[in-house]
Design a protein around this ligand. Structure first.
Ligand SMILES: *Cc1c(COP(=O)(O)O)cnc(C)c1O
Length: 390
């Protein structure tokens, strides 16, 4: 089993680029253009006939976006990839390419809340039923699979960090003829490469670790050429959530440091999770690296985890006393963030049941950034001290 470290060399290759850039620039230039012109009628008609593949219009093909897609495909070990204007753009286009009215999807519980809402609104309106299952209960997953068109996975999940045996779930899906899709945003390709575990398509909110600098909203899906070609041909151009050249350029920049950032998030978050688990005011910690061994194929842990306080802590005082941890949604950047569960549940658009994505109102989610373990721990400790109800 790989330990993830061999990816450092691979990433080094990606970072240095195989091809020479225009003007021998060390950084690939941004091809910031909406359209590309032709030098002759013959060249134009040959392109439209499909005899020549070249950029025509940036909603279709753009060289900077293509460079990002090729980099991500390499990292995930896929034949091809497609970039999107957001993670939700990638999720919507991917799922909608492969389902039609009357189909059924199986999804693990606790999926990202906006994916849950997409399933409960647009898919429901299209008469596509979604069955939620416990991804840790393989017998329950197998029971739900017969007749399903697609299984939608997310592991580890992004609120309770439930880590599934992705390879086992993918092989169940294959046995029942269901396409498997996974949201791999939490682990990033540094710590989990689902295509190698037998999953058909892997997608990311590239807004998180792939970017790493909290300055991009983007998404991507990777997998075999046949499946990516279907998304490219059937839904991306018409749903239209195309990644922009500038965002692709920022992602290429961010991915150069992905491997070292992930190692730093991992060690800091694991140490803070351990200290929280031992803290007198903490009831429980959801971090896949504590307790049980990681499931096969997950070779490391990232900076995102959640925990719950015991009674006697004022959540508002805790949040307001934090200095390094900022109150904010999203994650995956250099900065540390905190989100209280009860705040997320106060959101109007929230479905009735918080059950499906495992959100406990007493829980708090932390993203451990790159500020340094001791500084972050001292921030947490003093905020807890200040939040004790006398
Ligand atoms: C943020 C997120 C998404 C959605 O991505 P956007 O880029 O915000 O559209 C999907 N899945 C997970 C796990 C996320 O955290």
């Amino acid at each position: 089993m790989s330990n993830g470290l061999e990816l450092f060399d691979e990433l080094g290759l990606i970072a240095t680029h195989d091809e020479r850039n225009a003007f021998d620039a060390v950084v690939p230039p941004i091809v910031q253009t909406s359209l590309f012109t032709f030098s002759s009628y013959d060249e134009m008609i040959a392109t439209y006939r499909g005899e020549v593949v070249r950029p025509v219009y940036s909603r279709g093909l753009n060289p900077t976006v293509r460079a990002f897609e090729e980099t991500l495909a390499k990292l995930e070990g896929g034949e091809d990839a497609l970039g999107f204007a957001s993670g939700m753009g990638a999720i919507a286009a991917t799922v909608l390419t492969f389902v039609k009215p009357g189909d059924r999807i199986v999804a693990v519980r606790n999926v990202y809340p906006d994916a849950y809402r997409l399933f409960g609104t647009i898919l429901k309106r299209m008469q596509i039923e979604v069955t939620y299952v416990d991804g840790l209960d393989e017998a329950a997953v197998e029971k739900a699979l017969p007749g399903a068109k697609l299984i939608y996975l997310e592991s580890p999940t992004s609120w309770v960090m439930e880590a599934h045996d992705v390879g086992a779930l993918a092989s169940l899906a294959r046995r029942h003829g269901a396409l498997s899709v996974i949201d791999n945003s939490w682990a990033s390709p540094i710590f989990q490469r689902p295509l190698g575990l037998g999953v058909d398509l892997v997608l990311h909110s590239a807004s998180k670790y792939l970017s790493g600098h909290s300055d991009v909203v983007a998404g991507v899906v990777a997998g075999p050429k046949t499946l990516i070609d279907r998304i490219r041909g059937e839904s991306l151009p018409y749903l239209g959530a195309k990644l922009s050249p500038f965002d692709a350029w920022l992602l290429i920049r961010g991915m150069r440091t992905l491997a070292i950032r992930m190692k730093a998030h991992e060690s800091s978050a694991l140490e803070i999770a351990r200290r929280l688990a031992a803290h007198e005011n903490v009831a429980s910690v959801n971090h896949p690296g504590l307790g049980n061994a990681l499931p096969p194929g997950l070779v490391g842990t990232s900076g995102l985890f959640s925990f719950a306080f015991r009674e006697g802590i004022d959540l508002r005082a805790f949040c307001d006393h934090l200095r390094l941890f900022k109150l904010g949604v999203s994650w995956g950047g250099h900065e540390s963030l905190v989100v209280p569960g009860e705040v997320v549940l106060a959101q109007k658009a929230m479905p009735n049941s918080a059950q499906e994505f495992g959100l406990d109102p007493r829980s708090v989610r932390l993203h451990v950034g790159l500020e340094g373990t001791e500084a972050l721990w001292s921030d947490l400790k003093s905020a807890i001290d200040a939040a004790r109800i006398a």
